[in-house]
Design a binder for this molecule. Sequence first.
Ligand code: SF4
Ligand code: SF4
Length: 74
Amino acid sequence: MECACQNYNWIKIDKEKCIGCSLCVEYCPRDVFRMDDDRSAYVKYRDDCWYCDVCTFVCPVKAITVEEVPYLIK
Ligand code: SF4
Ligand code: SF4
């Protein structure tokens, strides 16, 4: 049985809000994001995220949210 955590994504991008500026791709220190063909960002390497919150800070339209993860499983 596949663990549900495999599919869980704690980084959320609101595609309706994203304006395709690619700042998140540029600034994420762990290189988590990529741009879609339709010029919106998506999470490509979720497991590389280290919860620094830089993406939520740089996104000009606040399209990204990074959920709080309990300290012990960070
Ligand atoms: S929280 Fe930090 S490491 Fe994670 S996706 Fe955002 S910028 Fe990248
Ligand atoms: S920083 Fe925000 S608006 Fe810009 S590409 Fe990333 S999610 Fe979209």
